[in-house]
Design a binder for this molecule. Sequence first.
Ligand SMILES: *[C@@H]1O[C@H](CO)[C@@H](O)[C@H](O)[C@H]1NC(C)=O
Ligand SMILES: *[C@@H]1O[C@H](CO)[C@@H](O)[C@H](O)[C@H]1NC(C)=O
Ligand SMILES: *[C@@H]1O[C@H](CO)[C@@H](O)[C@H](O)[C@H]1NC(C)=O
Ligand SMILES: *[C@@H]1O[C@H](CO)[C@@H](O)[C@H](O)[C@H]1NC(C)=O
Ligand SMILES: *[C@@H]1O[C@H](CO)[C@@H](O)[C@H](O)[C@H]1NC(C)=O
Ligand SMILES: *[C@@H]1O[C@H](CO)[C@@H](O)[C@H](O)[C@H]1NC(C)=O
Ligand SMILES: *[C@@H]1O[C@H](CO)[C@@H](O)[C@H](O)[C@H]1NC(C)=O
Ligand SMILES: *[C@@H]1O[C@H](CO)[C@@H](O)[C@H](O)[C@H]1NC(C)=O
Ligand SMILES: *[C@@H]1O[C@H](CO)[C@@H](O)[C@H](O)[C@H]1NC(C)=O
Length: 408
Amino acid sequence: MSCDPSVFSRIMYHPLLSNMNCKGLVSLTLLSAIFVAFISTQIHILNQPSLKYLLDLGFAIFTPLAITTPNIYSHHNIHRGKKRPTSICDKFPPNLPPADTNTTAFLCVDRRGCCNFTTVQSAIDAIGIASVKQTVIWINSGIYYEKVTVPRTKPNISFQGQGYDSTAIMWNDTANSSRGTALSASVSVFSDNFIAKNISFMNVAPIPSPGLVGAQAVAIRVGGDQAAFWGCGFFGAQDTIYDERGRHYFKECFIQGSIDFIYGNGRSIYENCQLSSIANPVPPGSKGISGSITAHGRASSDENTGFVFLNCTVGGMGRVWLGRAWRPFSRVVFAYTFLSDIISPDGWNDFSDPTRDQTVFYGEYKCIGEGANMTMRVPYTQGLNETQASPFLDISFIDGQQWLQPYQ
Ligand SMILES: *[C@@H]1O[C@H](CO)[C@@H](O)[C@H](O)[C@H]1NC(C)=O
Ligand SMILES: *[C@@H]1O[C@H](CO)[C@@H](O)[C@H](O)[C@H]1NC(C)=O
Ligand SMILES: *[C@@H]1O[C@H](CO)[C@@H](O)[C@H](O)[C@H]1NC(C)=O
Ligand SMILES: *[C@@H]1O[C@H](CO)[C@@H](O)[C@H](O)[C@H]1NC(C)=O
Ligand SMILES: *[C@@H]1O[C@H](CO)[C@@H](O)[C@H](O)[C@H]1NC(C)=O
Ligand SMILES: *[C@@H]1O[C@H](CO)[C@@H](O)[C@H](O)[C@H]1NC(C)=O
Ligand SMILES: *[C@@H]1O[C@H](CO)[C@@H](O)[C@H](O)[C@H]1NC(C)=O
Ligand SMILES: *[C@@H]1O[C@H](CO)[C@@H](O)[C@H](O)[C@H]1NC(C)=O
Ligand SMILES: *[C@@H]1O[C@H](CO)[C@@H](O)[C@H](O)[C@H]1NC(C)=O
């Protein structure tokens, strides 16, 4: 089996199907397995294993994948035959956190207690208000079961994980349990200039059955300006990413969801990302729809917000729209993107409000795959030409030349 993206996205949600030829796939599949194991506890598919059991399971699965750094202490063990007591921190990467510089401060988080902080939130709490330094929170492999907030008063914070298949922040609030969809977020970022690299954000609340209210469960809320996500994972079902407001960039990310799984009124580019639907399968012959990838919330023509997908792949299960018009001027563009047959042939939806057909901006440009066939699209879909597409095709759409630093 190859690592073809369409194959990849089709098998993502089957945790037991792994492909030994694709190393990345194996570990990502395991992370999905953990996601499925967690949500299964809620719907009682497994023998109701305790949360602790699952955390340990998650950790056991993660650990072998996590050891990528050489064990610098190994020579000690054979040193003159003297047995050095082994400690869980023996394999801890040396020289962490790195020394602070004039422009960057480092904090270190390890779940097992091998450095200063055991939770991500405690590291954030230790950062001073309005620091002009960039603070990098280095987060070791593992699942951090906590709800995290980066307050508006603390700009310039970075999360550096060890890979989105080995480092995750996870919680399980729902709209009901937290008094509002936005408040259900496992991680909420309100500050500007936030960066996350190689880490996953997960909400493992039960996947809502169709029509259930109050079960929305956000994995991350991005409410600050100038945020960048590199090589990150986002796991949830309904409302996975609340791309609330501000200019955001997501590159090489994995995003899993079912209904409106990227929603909000952000101005964002998603580039080279994999979008994986876990919406309910639709019986053959049925015209039913079980989800939507986006629900963009642009409220007036004065706003310059919108979601742009560049060179992404969309796959998984269910039958989903590319977007539905959460608010009248909803704006979404898919360009150079592989769309599998999970995309409903009509493509887009006006949220049962035909007046929105005149005001939404739903564009498609040079997409490929069975789901990219535009023959049956709703009439307000725009098949863009080069001139029309060009404002959306590079980082100038989010003023990236002013603030977006290259990955380093
Ligand atoms: C860092 O700050 C110190 C003290 O202000 C200064 O002496 C040093 O030159 C600075 N280093 C760099 C690389 O800017
Ligand atoms: C982290 O731990 C090191 C050594 O244990 C200590 O020198 C340093 O001050 C600690 N940093 C913070 C921010 O607590
Ligand atoms: C920190 O944040 C402030 C305000 O958002 C910004 O002006 C400054 O350039 C940032 N500093 C760094 C090092 O990114
Ligand atoms: C989150 O998980 C905990 C532990 O399994 C459980 O007690 C709690 O009810 C869950 N919350 C929601 C909203 O499902
Ligand atoms: C949320 O609360 C409403 C009203 O109490 C209830 O009808 C609904 O079933 C709840 N949803 C979930 C997922 O618990
Ligand atoms: C971290 O993310 C970057 C950007 O997507 C990627 O190139 C790199 O391979 C990732 N590293 C790990 C350890 O996952
Ligand atoms: C498109 O995405 C794929 C996989 O994510 C990547 O290998 C390829 O380099 C990307 N193409 C461009 C032009 O960025
Ligand atoms: C696109 O869809 C139409 C209607 O379902 C079909 O007739 C046509 O063959 C399709 N085109 C391609 C290239 O698959
Ligand atoms: C693109 O479409 C617009 C609007 O229909 C039209 O005015 C323009 O001439 C087209 N440009 C090209 C290069 O086809």
